[in-house]
Design a protein around this ligand. Structure first.
Ligand SMILES: N[C@@H](CCC(=O)N[C@@H](CS)C(=O)NCC(=O)O)C(=O)O
Length: 228
């Protein structure tokens, strides 16, 4: 059975169709109409808990079906699977990964938000209204993302099986969230996972690295090291 690409024709969807068309590997396109909120339907959320296109299922992968979401993760998967456009030598691969993550974490979200505020968002009458609108948008999205993480941790101790780089990558942002004014009361799975990882001696050591070299008052120094 062919790869199943869950897709809508947007710039994130096109990243994947570019790879598929460049390589000519067969795939079935499954339209997820985000104009009609198909991305929020349970069938699709079972494939991408984040409710965003693109996502992909490889039904015939070695060892069983593979499900992958986030456009760059799909590109990495396809690059590994086909051996194309993702050379294995570490020098090149590390450079490609760096650019992929740069796009996903910086270029995409930041320019996407500018686009939203300029083109789609409310046209506020005063700067105060603009700030309130922007804060509301980012709070709503943060809350949505926390909900995704909360459900991702339902019935499991770590995000992807055993403790992994996925946990290391997400945890630091959660660790400091209460300290920065956010609450975790509505997210019991996240709160338990936060504690579980905070208890690891290596994590405790990791948070202390370099802090003694900072030229800052003692009370601020402890905020760097400890959980909020
Ligand atoms: N970081 C994600 C972003 C995915 C994303 O934002 N997809 C948009 C279309 S380009 C979407 O599904 N939007 C639906 C929504 O906002 O509910 C990726 O690269 O896959």
């Amino acid at each position: 059975m062919s790869l199943q690409l869950y897709y809508f024709p947007t710039l994130n969807g096109h990243k994947v169709t570019i790879f598929l068309e460049e390589t000519g590997i067969p795939y079935d396109m499954v339209m997820v109409d985000i104009m009609r909120n198909d991305q929020l339907k349970p069938d699709f959320l079972a494939i991408n808990p984040n409710g965003r296109i693109p996502a992909m299922v490889d039904p015939d992968a070695e060892g069983g079906p593979v499900t992958v979401f986030e456009s760059a993760a799909i590109l990495q998967y396809l690059g590994r699977k086909t051996g194309l456009y993702y050379p294995q030598d570490e020098q090149t691969r590390a450079r490609i990964d760096s650019w992929l993550f740069w796009q996903m974490a910086g270029l995409g979200p930041v320019s996407g938000n500018v686009n939203w505020f300029q083109r789609v968002g409310a046209k506020p009458e005063t700067p105060e209204v603009a700030v309130e609108y922007a804060l509301g948008r980012f709070h709503k999205e943060t809350n949505r993302l926390f909900g995704v993480l909360e459900r991702g941790l339902e019935g499991r101790d770590y995000l992807a099986g055993d403790y992994s780089i996925a946990d290391m990558c997400c945890w630091t942002w959660i660790d400091k969230y209460p300290q920065n004014g956010g609450g975790l009361d509505e997210f019991p799975n996240i709160a338990a996972w936060r504690e579980r990882i905070a208890e690891r001696p290596a994590v405790q050591r990791a948070l202390e690295v370099g802090v003694d070299q900072l030229d800052i008052p003692e009370e601020i120094r402890t905020q760097f090291m400890t959980k909020g």
